[in-house]
Write a protein that binds this ligand. Structure first.
Ligand SMILES: [Zn+2]
Length: 378
């Protein structure tokens, strides 16, 4: 089957004048045009490197802009939802991921529903069943068993929700072994304050439940290192407050990162130092996080935000780097190589149409999910 788009995104750059041949889902050849091109562009499918499908129903509902207050609001809102709502919201979010060109996601899940939703629309990827024990460390064994049972039901892996929400013993236990795990880390000023000074809203919450505070004088990422969490096959989500030393540590330990700029902006977190993280050689995937904080499920909106966030730090990244985070680098961060359009590659491929473009900047700045459809590569 010959595909003759106006251009193909390869390695994060739009190459005009190329066509390609596929057979049974495999790219057999990429070559110069042998006929008149059609007005669309081809790209390997998008990868959503950090997702919470279950919060789709809360899109536009939570007005809190402070991270700690927002977390409290989402916990209260979850208490109002039925299991049927969770499943319906997960399904809608999965459908919208497909509609914006996503084929692979890394999903954080608390309540069951993610795997069924992903399977029903053909979304692949790991599910991290969130472990949260911080307000009940005495009951942690029971909670871990409960999470393990939820994980079993949807082929997920128990994984720590965040640096601050799992007690030290459970986090140490979870860190052992070689499983691919993901945790929120260095996301908010409140989290950084807890680990650096032992003060702030998280410290007050822990003290009010007679839970132990972490030792002061460290960053959240240094804490994860002391616990033994940092190793290949570990994903740190957000890294907004990562210091130079944290980034060196992440690179040395072989972890990967997920970048969710719209969520960070909505919750008044620091724009993540993504250029420095990329320069350190750390694979980064772009993540849509939850619709409750990021808004519409749109990879294009997320990519635009990634560019703006890097500019606001005065450490701009390129549109090419952003496209790579949204496709092949995101896939590589999840252990999937060869997420490309080249001879032998098997990544699902999207068509982007209804737009004039000579480079990926044009695609990122002018597209929305309505421009995306799926290419038949049979
Ligand atoms: Zn998240």
């Amino acid at each position: 089957m010959i595909h003759r788009p106006a251009g193909i995104v390869i390695g994060g750059d739009l190459h005009l004048g190329l066509e390609f041949i596929t057979s049974e889902g495999v790219v057999e050849e990429v070559r110069p045009h042998t006929g008149l091109p059609e007005p669309w562009f081809a790209s390997p499918a998008f990868v959503n490197a950090h997702s919470h499908l279950e919060y789709r129903g809360m899109q536009g509902q939570l007005k809190e802009t402070d991270f700690f207050e927002w977390i409290g609001a989402i916990v209260r809102a979850k208490g109002e939802q039925t299991p049927e709502q969770v499943q319906a919201d997960s399904l809608l979010a999965a459908q919208e991921n497909r509609a914006t060109g996503v084929a692979l996601i890394a999903e954080h899940s608390d309540r069951p529903g993610s795997r069924a939703a992903m399977d029903s629309v053909g979304l692949e990827g790991p599910i991290f069943q969130e472990v949260i024990t911080f307000l009940d460390p005495a009951g942690r064994q029971e909670r871990l068993a409960h999470v393990a049972e939820k994980a079993r039901l949807q082929a997920a892996t128990p994984s720590p929700h965040a640096t601050y929400s799992v007690d030290k013993h459970s986090l140490t236990e979870l860190s052992q072994g070689e499983a691919f795990l993901s945790t929120h880390a260095a996301e908010s000023p409140a989290e950084t304050e807890l680990f650096s000074h032992g003060t702030g809203p998280f410290a007050e919450l822990l003290e009010s439940h007679n839970s132990a505070l972490p030792q002061a004088g460290q960053t959240p990422i240094e804490y994860l290192n002391r616990i033994g969490f940092l190793k290949p096959g570990r994903q740190l989500v957000h890294c907004c407050d990562a210091t130079e030393q944290d980034i060196e540590l992440m690179a040395a330990k072989g972890v990967v990162a997920a970048h969710c700029p719209r969520s960070n902006q909505a919750l008044t977190c620091t724009p993540a130092p993504i250029r420095r993280i990329l320069e350190a050689g750390i694979p980064v995937g772009l993540g849509l996080d939850s619709a409750a904080s990021s808004g519409q499920i749109s990879m294009f909106a997320e990519m635009r935000s990634a560019f703006r966030a890097s500019c606001s730090r005065r450490e701009p990244i390129t549109y090419s780097q952003i496209w790579q985070m949204a496709t092949e680098m995101g896939a590589a961060s999840l252990g999937r190589d060869n997420w490309s359009i080249q001879a032998g590659s098997t990544a699902p491929i999207i068509r982007i149409s209804g737009v004039d473009a000579i480079d990926v900047e044009d695609l990122i700045e002018s597209c929305s999910p309505e421009n995306v459809s799926w290419l038949d590569t049979a």
